[in-house]
Design a protein around this ligand. Structure first.
Ligand SMILES: Nc1ncnc2c1ncn2[C@@H]1O[C@H](COP(=O)(O)OP(=O)(O)O)[C@@H](O)[C@H]1O
Ligand SMILES: [Mg+2]
Length: 270
């Protein structure tokens, strides 16, 4: 479990806290979506999950290991994969397979196992067959999936995605969301930071940050049904959820948190 206990954090020289007293946990086998307006502290929180940033007050532990304990820093990095928004900043290899191998190689994974891990990670994100491709020749969606494969090859128990779908077209986003669902089934704990509220529809839990504090922690259904709360934390109901809400108001029995148009259609005409 990744466990935040009353965490506070300020950037050096800043006059307000980026994280202002956050307690939350993430367990293996669940997808937690983290939403919030720009500047609400999402990326700061994401970077605290693997010890890139250390709390000023409170604690972050990963399976009992405290991120402020330098002796376990390496173990924590191996256990928590962090995928950032811009994949270009994370690509290090000259060809795809080399890029994916970089992380596990640094962990000291032996050569034979390295091959297996790279093949499995590429298969998980649908990039098998592109092993020898130069990363800069990949599409944006493929680059993002390559960054995910690089993190996966380290076989972390937890994966933190910071706006990893932000630059993708709808198909690319669906592909990445599908990878997250596969990871959940395989028992990984997923923290998905996003400003696309519709990415939250099939999460196990949604946490909303406002000014560095938790403004909501509950199911997507609860969040989508509370438009007043959404507005107060600077978020908008996604278009599909607006349609579903309007249909409910007119007396139709449809869920408010729908992942895609297809599931809305199926709810209307089962
Ligand atoms: N490197 C930094 N130095 C100083 N302040 C920062 C830095 N990164 C973020 N901040 C500030 O911390 C707050 C939270 O930022 P961030 O975690 O990036 O929010 P989000 O990801 O939700 O947009 C904002 O007020 C932002 O301006
Ligand atoms: Mg951010």
């Amino acid at each position: 479990m990744i466990d935040f206990q009353r965490v506070r954090y300020s950037y050096p020289g800043a006059d307000s806290q980026a994280i202002a007293g956050v307690s939350l946990c993430l367990s293996p086998g669940e997808i937690v979506v983290l939403v919030g307006a720009n500047g609400s502290g999402k990326s700061t929180l994401a970077r605290m999950c693997n010890g890139l940033l250390i709390p000023d007050e409170g604690s972050v532990t990963v399976d009992g290991m405290d991120t402020s304990d330098g002796k376990v820093a390496f173990d924590i990095r191996a256990r928590v994969g962090l995928v950032l928004q811009n994949p270009d900043n994370q690509i290090v290899g000259t060809v795809v397979e080399e890029d994916v191998a970089f992380g596990p190689e640094n962990l000291g994974v032996p050569c034979a196992e390295l091959r297996v891990r790279v093949d499995e990670a590429l298969a998980a994100v649908g990039l098998s067959g592109l092993e020898r491709r130069e990363p800069h020749l990949l599409s944006e969606g493929q680059k993002q999936r390559l960054a995910i494969a690089g993190a996966l090859a380290m076989q972390p128990r937890y994966m933190v995605f910071d706006e990893s779908t932000a630059m993708l077209d709808p198909q690319g986003r669906r592909d990445v969301l599908a990878v997250m669902r596969k990871l959940r089934v395989a028992g990984h704990g997923i923290l998905h930071v996003t400003h696309h509220l519709d990415d939250a529809a099939d999460a196990d839990r949604v946490i909303a940050l406002a000014s560095g504090a938790i403004a909501f922690d509950g199911t997507p259904e609860e969040l989508f049904s509370d438009e007043g709360l959404l507005v107060s934390i600077g978020l908008e109901l996604p278009p599909l959820a607006s349609v579903a809400t309007a249909l409910r108001r007119s007396g139709l029995d449809v869920p408010v948190a729908v992942a895609n148009a297809q599931s809305l259609v199926e709810a209307l005409w089962p």
